[in-house]
Unconditional design. Structure first.
Length: 490
């Protein structure tokens, strides 16, 4: 079930909100039970078989957590570490079987050259990487004594399966919402802010990402060797379109998840912070998919020793993190190379201390160069294989072809230029800029009546804008076919 579908918007979500906010239901445990049942139904709607796999994983990790806590209390570190290793092995095995076993089976059959051996075809459960990493964060938090063990298995199940963030994140740490599972407050302000945030995310997905996807798919899914119009300009249009698409698609889902969480009293941490205004690769990863990068930092990089060790060891730790980042995204050499690509960029950046320069001119140059490297990275990420990625990237830098192409006659610009322009505009913190401008104007107004009139005008304008965005999004959702989020695949 997709957030941007009519089924979710007009049937599932209203039913969940109706039962959750029934006036005679005050008991927190009962409200949690409603959310748990609805969340399991939400996942079972698209994954009727795999919901039992998720339940099994919850039960096993609940038991692992109790064992970790028991031996932590008596300071039996050897047994505590043993159960930690077993729990990690189980969760990694789960990911390996469903995400990578088919991939390695295919490689094995190709290497031995025996076509009589059948290749394993294992269907990938939607969102398995997200809910597995969430479970592992709980295990790590219990092991490091950051949080008390969860003794109510149904509360742990709610944390893992809560439908807003179940399928495509953000990866919510257990310590982030541990206290809110039984002790949270649903306020009118949170509900209002949650609705606004949900509409923002829906608009990103439906009004921008889906249309940018059409441009990107037309260019990326073509035969590069036979397409006559696959020139330098179109290669850049395709690369920029996908760069914008994946941002609005994924950040849109995160906005919707955060908004839905607020509606039910949960506060999820931000997952995106305008990554395309970054002035360095390091800065980009502080802003992009924050929940994943911070997960690897806290649970892999720091336990390995981080940078508080010999330089060679620190580089090895970085390499492990970025290789695992690529592997996490899927069983494809393009993802793995994409992870290593960022490792190389970050090593160069760190060695040259490029991210520490304060000169404005240099920072502007750094921003543009960062975006070029990010766009190249997304080409590698989006391509079906490494060969296609290199062909595409080579075409992007065939500048000699620009003399033979016309910007005004370009098919993609003529038909999708407005969407591309809007996409480029809204990667900047436009809303924050407007808030600053609004506060500046309000502070300059003299007289209570004038200031109050201006405030009312701004509030009405914002409400109309939100309503218009929601109405347009809903109309498109009703007319459009199934269009899943990119990160459903991970």
């Amino acid at each position: 079930m997709v957030f941007s579908s009519s089924l979710f918007l007009f049937i599932f979500l209203p039913i969940v909100i109706f039962f959750y906010y029934l006036p005679f239901i005050k008991n927190r445990s009962f409200k949690n039970t409603i959310l748990l049942i609805c969340s399991l139904f939400f996942y079972a709607w698209g994954e009727p078989k795999f919901v039992f796999l998720m339940i099994l994983s919850i039960i096993l990790n609940y038991w692992f957590g109790k064992k970790l806590n028991d031996f932590n209390d008596v300071e039996n570190h050897s047994k505590c570490k043993l159960y930690l290793i077993i729990s990690i092995a189980w969760n990694i095995l789960l990911l390996f079987i469903f995400k990578y076993l088919s991939f390695f089976s295919n490689i094995f059959v190709s290497l031995i050259g025996n076509n009589d051996i059948p290749v394993l075809e294992i269907r990938l459960p939607i969102g398995i990487s997200f809910f597995t990493f969430q479970i592992m964060s709980y295990i790590f938090d219990v092991y490091y004594k950051k949080v008390p063990v969860q003794r109510n298995i149904f509360d742990l199940a709610l944390y893992v399966s809560f439908f807003p963030q179940l399928i495509a994140g953000p990866i919510v740490r257990y310590e982030t919402i541990a206290s809110e599972i039984q002790d949270r407050k649903e306020t009118a302000e949170n509900i209002t802010n949650g609705i606004k945030r949900f509409i923002l995310g829906l608009s990103k997905k439906v009004l921008l990402a889906n249309y940018l996807a059409v441009i990107a798919d037309l260019i990326f899914d073509g035969d590069f060797n036979s397409l006559i119009n696959f020139n330098c300009l179109n290669a850049w249009i395709g690369a920029v379109s996908y760069t914008l698409q994946i941002y609005f698609d994924f950040s849109g889902y995160s906005d919707m998840a955060i908004g839905l969480g607020l509606i039910f009293g949960f506060h999820f941490e931000e997952n995106f912070n305008h990554p395309y205004i970054a002035s360095s690769i390091k800065d980009f990863w502080r802003r992009w998919h924050i929940s994943l990068s911070s997960w690897f930092r806290d649970y892999v990089y720091i336990p390995l020793g981080g940078n508080r060790c010999k330089k060679s060891r620190a580089l090895f730790n970085m390499f492990v993190v970025w290789l695992l980042t690529g592997i996490w995204h899927g069983a494809a050499f393009t993802f793995w190379l994409w992870g290593i690509y960022y490792f190389i960029l970050l090593v160069i950046e760190k060695t040259c201390s490029l991210d520490k320069c304060k000169n404005i001119f240099v920072r502007v140059i750094m921003h543009f160069s960062t975006m070029i490297f990010v766009i190249i990275g997304w080409v590698l990420f989006r391509s079906d294989n490494i060969t296609n990625a290199f062909v595409f990237i080579k075409k992007m830098f065939s500048f000699n072809e620009l003399s033979n192409v016309s910007l005004y006659d370009n098919y993609y610009i003529k038909n999708g230029g407005i969407v591309l322009l809007l996409g480029i505009i809204f990667v900047f913190p436009v809303i924050n800029m407007l808030k600053i401008l609004n506060n500046l104007i309000a502070s300059k107004l003299n007289g209570k009546i004038l200031a109050k009139t201006y405030t009312i005008f701004v509030d009405i304008s914002i409400s109309l804008l939100i309503l218009s965005a929601f109405s347009a999004s809903v109309l498109i959702c009703i007319k459009s076919t199934y269009n899943p989020f990119i990160y459903f695949n991970f």
